[in-house]
Design a protein around this ligand. Structure first.
Ligand code: FE2
Length: 243
């Protein structure tokens, strides 16, 4: 991944005939997929990209309401064991609201801009609903080249534990995580997690989410993306969960 300002300027040219909407109407406001001046910052030896959207007041509440309404959906939701992140609600484009389409388009645009490519194919995408006590063990993602996570709601702040429900990278291949000795993972990298933050990282990088405690759910959204469509199903029957 290149360093520097990756957000501003034109989207990588589309080599095909695909027409991408430049914005989505959410309520009475037309929100751009990529706001003017939206910047992407680079971390962790140049392999993690982070941006923060400032217009979340126009689309977060409807997304939260929709995710929670689908929490019991037989067709889109799936409950995993506590250490796999609790409940997942799959397939944003099928949720039927423009706010989900906007967020999905922003993830795809993040991928194109960070990798400077016109091509982007989502393998699988889902929202995570963490209820009290849910967490995600250290893992990496399969199949896709990149993963993206977006923070929709952190639940209530826990003043006794600033790392409550925090996403962290714990990969011994990253200098950021091995500040005491090369190859020895001693320092989790904990990025900003303000709602509206979107982070892209190589799918192979080890990451986890600390246990979430609190009555209000923590909600994040995730994508696995590659330049080209991958063969086969992203979640084959009988396989372990994608987290
Ligand atoms: Fe993950």
């Amino acid at each position: 991944m290149a360093s520097g300002d990756l957000g501003a300027g034109e989207s990588p040219a589309d080599s095909g005939s695909e027409t991408r909407p430049s914005g989505y109407r959410c309520g009475d406001v037309l929100l751009p997929v990529w706001p003017d001046g939206q910047e992407v910052k680079i971390y962790c030896d140049g392999v993690v990209a982070l941006t923060r959207f400032a217009d979340t007041a126009h689309y977060h509440q409807r997304l939260v309401d929709k995710v929670l309404a689908m929490e019991s959906s037989d067709s889109h939701a799936r409950r995993y064991f506590r250490g796999a992140g609790g409940i997942k609600v799959y397939d944003l484009p099928a949720w039927g609201i423009p706010e989900a389409e906007l967020l999905h388009a922003r993830a795809l645009e993040m991928f194109r801009r960070a990798l400077k490519t016109p091509k982007a194919q989502v393998d699988v995408c889902w929202a995570n609903i963490f209820r009290d006590g849910d967490f995600i063990m250290p893992h990496s993602h399969t199949r896709s080249s990149e993963s993206i996570v977006y923070f929709l709601s952190n639940g209530a702040e826990d003043r006794d534990n600033p790392l409550n429900g925090r996403f962290s990278v714990v990969d011994p291949r990253l200098e950021e995580c091995c500040k005491d000795q090369e190859g020895r993972m001693t320092t989790p990298w904990v990025p900003p997690q303000t709602p509206g933050v979107m982070i892209m990282f190589p799918a192979a990088i080890l990451h986890f989410v600390n246990p979430h405690r609190g009555e209000q759910p923590r909600i994040s959204v995730a994508w696995n993306i590659s330049e080209d469509k991958l063969p086969g199903a992203p979640i084959p029957d009988g396989a372990g969960p994608v987290v």
